[in-house]
Design a protein around this ligand. Structure first.
Ligand code: ZN
Ligand code: FE
Length: 242
């Protein structure tokens, strides 16, 4: 079984500490900071042996060097971003398989937020780590790619089983949801979800992970019927002050 622990770091990032109870192996996804990650592992008696990066941004890789120095962990990173992740040991791309114990994750290339962004999909476990590509009710900004690329990513993510749990890298749900209500004013599922999200945030609770099924019902980027609609929603969200 995979045990997955959410570690809030920086202003709104989530680092995911992932432990396989059978092999006793532990890895961490996108450690933007090291100290809270090392503390969370130590508190559980876990030893981190790998760091998995979805993309090069410092809020996802900033803790790599310190976690490596403290644990000897190996860094698995997107091949297309090797030059921007100097701590990388193993470079991966589309179709590669990375393992934690007996759990296999396939690498999906999901460019757009950054040119080499990847996701890690544990198909058998029904778990995906999407970094800054798919968020709860949102998707990543297009810093190094196009709306067409992001639309292609969404088309792939839509095909995953709806019960797949989605571990994204930021607590952006409330702000995403405020825009989602404007993008799809008649979508009752968004309105209902936002009531839950507002309550959770007022209580200081996290709103992720999410699931493919919930996103299929409430995410205006995953739900965009065409790349043009996705592009228009992206531009509107970037300018949105809700
Ligand atoms: Zn990012
Ligand atoms: Fe980020």
């Amino acid at each position: 079984m995979l045990e997955i622990v959410r570690i809030p770091v920086l202003s709104d990032n989530y680092v995911w500490l992932v432990h396989d109870t059978v092999s006793d192996e532990t890895m961490v996804v996108d450690p933007g900071e090291a100290a809270p990650v090392l503390a969370a592992a130590e508190a559980r008696g876990w030893t981190i042996s790998a760091i998995w990066n979805t993309h090069w941004h410092p809020d996802h890789t900033g803790g790599n060097a310190e976690v490596k120095a403290a644990t000897g962990a190996r860094v698995i990173a997107p091949a297309a971003e090797a030059a921007k992740i100097p701590t990388a040991d193993t470079l991966v791309g589309e179709g590669d398989v990375v393992r934690l114990g007996d759990h296999a994750a396939s690498v999906l290339e999901v460019p757009g937020h950054t040119a080499g962004h990847i996701a890690f999909h544990f198909a058998e476990d029904r778990v995906i780590f999407t970094g800054d590509t798919l968020f709860a009710m949102g998707s990543g900004r297009l810093f190094e790619g196009t709306a067409e690329q992001m639309f292609g990513n969404m088309a792939r993510l839509k095909q995953l089983p709806p019960e797949t749990t989605v571990y994204c890298a930021h607590e952006y749900t409330q702000s995403n949801g405020r825009y989602a209500r404007v993008a799809e004013p008649d979508n009752q599922a968004i309105a209902e979800r936002m009531a839950d999200v507002d309550r959770a945030r007022a209580a200081g609770e996290a709103t992720v992970p999410t699931s493919i099924g919930l996103e299929l019902a409430t995410n205006p980027f995953l739900r965009a019927e065409t790349a043009e609609i996705l592009a228009a929603r992206r531009a509107a969200k970037d300018a949105f002050r809700g």
